[in-house]
Design a protein around this ligand. Structure first.
Ligand code: ZN
Length: 223
């Protein structure tokens, strides 16, 4: 891809996936901005963490208020009194209906406003959760809709769409960002930066991917 005059907006939460995407975007594009959505997350720390990472990487960061999401739905990410439950074959209680759809649409309006046509998001179809608005079909469909809605040629990039958590760690490693992502990102539902609390579903998923990646890397180094 021709890197010249290419500007991208990264949908950025300060977690492992979107931070890896931020590093990816910094390699791909001339200019990168990050947008973070405030939707009444359990932990204000998430927003602070995103802000710090963007600052440290010298990326312009904008916080957009989406607190109306908390008004629309009741779920474990925005409500302390809803328990975090993940059962196989069901959407977890942390699922926020339509969240990604809304985030991408707002990110597109923002992107056009700052003269960017590239939008980068860390959504992933191989993820265990199966959120419908994180699927490849949906993202492609929305891309067309946004182009028609705003008469613009957006390109939505989803570098993590078809890879698993271990491969996301591998990508961070290839981008020279493994230690950064491991130590500075926040994925944990209990608000513990880095390796996290170790017990919540997000930590377990992150750790399983990390262990697999480290094993593979060690095997490669030994051979
Ligand atoms: Zn945790």
């Amino acid at each position: 891809m021709d890197k010249k005059n290419k500007k991208a907006v990264v949908v950025f939460s300060g977690g492992q996936d979107s931070t890896t995407c931020l590093f990816w975007a910094m390699k791909q594009f001339d200019e990168v901005e990050a947008v973070t959505f405030n939707y009444g997350q359990r932990h204000a720390l998430e927003i602070e963490c995103a802000n710090q990472i963007a600052d440290e990487l010298g990326v312009k960061w904008t916080l957009l208020d989406m607190s109306l999401l908390g008004q629309l739905t009741q779920n474990a990410l925005t409500r302390d009194d809803v328990e975090i439950v993940h059962n196989d074959g069901e959407l977890p209680s942390t699922f926020v209906e339509g969240r990604n759809h809304l985030f991408l649409s707002f990110a597109a309006v923002f992107a056009k406003g700052v003269g960017a046509r590239h939008i980068v998001t860390g959504v992933c179809e191989t993820d265990f959760s199966g959120y419908p608005d994180c699927r490849d079909d949906f993202v492609k469909s929305l891309n067309v809709t946004l182009n028609l809605a705003m008469d613009h040629n957006f390109i939505i990039h989803t570098p993590l769409m078809w890879i698993n958590k271990a491969e996301t760690w591998e990508m961070a490693d290839q981008l020279g960002a493994f230690e950064f992502v491991r130590k500075k990102t926040l994925t944990c539902y209990n608000g513990v930066i880095g390796d996290g609390c170790g017990n919540c579903p997000a930590c377990q998923l992150r750790k399983a991917g990390l262990d697999t990646f480290l094993q593979t890397r060690n095997l490669e180094q030994m051979s």
